[in-house]
Design a protein around this ligand. Structure first.
Ligand code: TYM
Length: 347
């Protein structure tokens, strides 16, 4: 039997600057998983052109900035593989095959497409619609088994699992003939959604997700914000008039309190319960000062490292090229096997 190796894959879109949600929901776990797994981390630039287009030079800068953010947060480009998606064409090739595996009905259920396309669905790009198929290809072209993400990506991961399963079922005979006795060519990639801040909410509205596309910059903490901006945004974050509760059950119906204490817990590496034990009964103003301190202590070194790295774009390009070469070395033979299974002629 051919053994399946555990392998981590994840990615982020280089559209605008990365924010606290990306950091706490995903990056923190990416960094931690480097200790235990083989990890592949990607700047998903092909996904970045599915909605609004950036100016070409702005997109290039944005890709480099995302790579710098990964490294500044603790991704080691020597032990992990770090690259941008468009340099490894195997992603797009497998995505085409997955376009022919996934069913329209499956994609029609994707809530992120509905949110992003909004009312003007007819005008959304075909790429935005097929986006989850490319995401499945990103993971499965490496036969990725573990995918650290925030909660909002859960549905996309379920789709990736459905695609893997349908592929394995539909081509079972060819897969078994290739030596995969159990018929498992593609693994079922598992979402890793971990920590007290898997869904970081907007600082202006605790019922809305913190996102790059929110028109209000006060709604999010960007990884490029300096200490003064971080403190100001936290100070101006929406709260409610009551004191903080002492236990998590007291957070029900209080989305802003829930969000801010969750952020504190994630930044301080503790639990929300412990945070409430410490700050419960106190006023938001006291808590916000402590939150600003912990946020600045954690994020300021990341920001300054990003600035340092960004001063040498040639070095970032070199890291991305090296990562792409190593990524291709894994993806290419897997895609060749897929081509054999499907029945393409290749030389
Ligand atoms: P993207 O670029 O929107 O977000 C990158 C990662 O950050 C997480 N995230 C959040 N987590 C908590 N709270 C938030 N407010 C928040 N906002 C974003 C996301 O869950 C994600 O983990 N489709 C993906 C990119 C992608 C991908 C992949 C991910 C493409 N191919 C393959 C994993 C595997 C996306 O748009 O993420």
């Amino acid at each position: 039997m051919i053994e399946l190796k555990p392998r981590v894959f994840s990615g982020m879109q280089p559209t605008g600057s990365l924010h606290l949600g990306n950091y706490l929901g995903a990056l923190i776990n990416w960094v931690a998983m480097q200790k235990t797994h083989e990890c592949i981390y990607c700047v998903v630039d092909l996904h970045a052109i599915t909605a609004e287009w950036l100016e070409p030079e702005e997109l290039r800068q944005s890709i480099r900035r995302a790579a710098a953010a990964y490294i500044a947060c603790g991704i080691d480009p020597k032990s992990s593989i770090l690259f941008n998606q468009s340099q490894v064409t195997e992603h797009a090739e497998l995505a085409w095959i997955f376009n022919c595996v996934a069913r329209l009905g499956w994609l029609n259920r994707m809530t992120q497409f509905k949110e992003k396309a909004g009312k003007d669905r007819e005008n959304a790009s075909v790429g935005l619609y097929a986006y989850p198929n490319l995401m499945a290809a990103d993971i499965l072209v490496y036969r990725g088994t573990h995918v650290p993400v925030g909660e909002d990506q859960k549905q996309h991961l379920e789709l990736a699992r459905d695609i893997a399963q349908k592929f394995n079922n539909d081509w079972r005979e060819a897969i078994v003939a290739k030596g995969y006795a159990d018929g498992m060519f593609f693994p079922q990639p598992e979402p890793i959604i971990l920590g007290p801040a898997t869904r970081v909410m907007s600082l202006r509205d605790g019922t809305k997700k913190m996102s790059k596309s929110d028109p209000s910059d006060l709604s999010r903490i960007n990884l490029t914000d300096d200490a003064e901006a971080i403190a100001r945004k936290i100070q101006r974050a929406k709260t409610d008039p009551d004191a903080l509760p002492s236990e998590p059950k007291g957070l029900e119906g209080r989305p802003e309190a829930d969000n801010l204490t969750g952020i504190y817990a994630a930044l301080a590496g503790t639990t929300q319960e412990a945070v409430l034990k410490e700050f419960g009964g106190g006023q938001f103003s006291t808590f916000k000062k402590a939150l600003a301190d912990v946020a600045v202590a954690k994020l300021a070194p990341i920001t300054s490292e990003m600035t340092r790295l960004s001063a040498d774009p040639a070095e970032i390009d070199r890291i991305l090229a090296d990562g792409a070469r190593r990524a291709r070395a894994i993806a290419h033979p897997i895609l060749n096997e897929v081509k054999d299974i499907v029945g393409f002629v290749r030389s």
